[in-house]
Design a protein around this ligand. Structure first.
Ligand code: EPZ
Length: 418
């Protein structure tokens, strides 16, 4: 078992280029199977969720290899259309493979993706979209048996702008005759990234980044090359770290516009921020002030994935800040662990009130989920004494090496085998 040891008190200074995006690359890897050919995915982050996707691709009969930092995926000899339970359980967002397998093979068998630390994570919108395109889906005993010998374009209306459902609908629509229109589509930058990758393969997807996306299916597709966008949530995490510790950091690799609600919140908290193209510079004196209520929302609203990091940044702020988590049912699981460090966070359902304290103290804490675990690291960076974190597998799903990156900015953090 590995543990992170964090010594608080250092200011953070320096420059860093942010890793490729987890939530950008996962749908791109699923999209590689929409056609038979070889794809080159540049700037692919080394994450356990990427490893889980590679395992699925290989199980399906695809070949993958790393070459000069890029992941090469060859789907020519794909000969399976089912994803076994063990692989589905590795990563619940594997459900994103469903639409792509249907588009390529006309049938797919997946075990029902379970819930996760954040809540039940239903996929009703995914399945409704696929059925509207002509898929017959039988749910029995935890297995989804999907057949779609012929898929026909449809007008899909998502009840809410679900990221995964939008991605699954786009991928399945690539295999449907005609032009599919997806209304109330998610607008996240990762949707635009999926559109760019599919179009590089010869697909015809338009409108991503807006609420209406159209897909003209049954195009002749071919392999393509793509560079994964920078991870906006990883950058948000490190900006929050510098904001709470004090110092000056310049982070490269993410379109600053994808972070605007996070940088606006940090500016309100007292940071000085300059943004240009793919660089954000943050200067902070270290003592932040409370801000107006933070309400998570679908993009371009405040990202739910940055809520734990911003909460951590405000643990020693002057005043109280209200957080309203509107996306997931259970995204305050890290609060109990923060309390062990002396944080004052009161939770009632989807609302958490953070009241700044003078000091936090190091403690032994357990990561509860991916972004909650990162928040515990951020709490340790500003605590007196040493903080030891276990269950690092949560963090390693989305951060290539949180200790490498934060150490590069001057933090005292190291990973040891316990
Ligand atoms: C994606 O999850 C991201 N994961 C999440 O990032 C992110 O928090 C989320 O989008 C919101 O931005 C990946 O991209 C791999 P949703 P996804 O469908 O697609 C409900 C991280 O930390 N819902 O937009 O699962 C659902 O329960 C992860 O990197 C249904 O009810 O998110 C949730 O409450 C965490 N029925 C809400 O919608 C459905 O069919 C938003 O889910 C689908 C979703």
């Amino acid at each position: 078992m590995q543990e992170l040891f964090v010594e608080g008190g250092n200011r953070l200074c320096g420059e860093l280029t942010i890793q490729g995006s987890k939530n950008g690359v996962l749908p791109v890897l699923a999209a590689t199977i929409v056609c038979a050919g070889e794809c080159r995915v540049e700037n692919c982050p080394h994450l356990s969720d990427v490893d889980a996707s590679i395992a699925i691709l290989r199980h399906l009969g695809c070949c993958t290899r790393w070459e000069d930092g890029a992941l090469i995926v060859n789907t020519t000899h794909m000969d399976r259309n089912e994803v076994p339970d063990a692989l589905m359980r590795e990563m619940r967002s594997s459900v994103i493979f469903l639409g792509a397998i249907l588009a390529r093979q006309g049938e797919a068998v997946l075990s029902y993706p379970g819930g996760c630390e954040l809540g039940p994570r239903p996929i009703d919108m995914h399945l409704a979209a696929l059925r509207a395109l002509g898929a017959e889906i039988e749910e029995c005993g935890g297995t989804l048996r999907c057949t779609a010998k012929v898929m026909t374009a449809a007008e899909l209306v998502l009840p809410m702008p679900s990221v995964g459902a939008t991605e699954n609908a786009i991928l399945a629509a690539c295999g449907a005759e005609g032009t599919t229109v997806i209304y109330n589509a998610a607008r996240e930058p990762e949707i635009t990234e999926l559109q760019d990758f599919l179009n590089a393969m010869g697909a015809e997807v338009c409108g991503a980044g807006g609420s209406i996306v159209t897909v003209t299916g049954k195009r002749t597709l071919h392999g393509g090359a793509h560079r994964v966008i920078g991870d906006r949530i990883v950058e948000a995490t490190y900006l929050c770290a510098a904001a709470e510790c004090g110092g000056e950091v310049r982070l490269h690799g993410v379109d600053y516009r994808a972070l605007s609600t996070v940088t606006a919140a940090l500016s309100e908290a007292g940071c000085e921020i300059q943004s240009e193209e793919e660089t954000v510079t943050l200067r902070s004196g270290g003592r932040l002030r409370a801000i107006r209520p933070v309400r998570t929302a679908p993009y371009p609203g405040f990202p739910t994935d940055a809520q734990p990091a911003l909460m951590a940044a405000l643990l020693r702020s002057a005043g109280s800040t209200v957080f309203v988590e509107n996306i997931f049912e259970n995204r305050f699981r890290h609060v109990d662990e923060l309390a062990r460090m002396g944080a004052d966070v009161r939770v009632a359902g989807r609302v958490a009130v953070v009241s700044g304290v003078r000091t936090l103290h190091g403690a032994r804490v357990k990561c509860t989920d991916l972004r909650g675990g990162a928040a515990l690291v951020l709490a340790g960076l500003q605590a007196e004494g040493e903080t030891r974190l276990t269950l690092l597998e949560h963090i390693d799903r989305g951060y290539e090496s949180i200790e490498r990156d934060l150490s590069a900015l001057g933090a005292r953090i190291e990973r040891r085998n316990a």
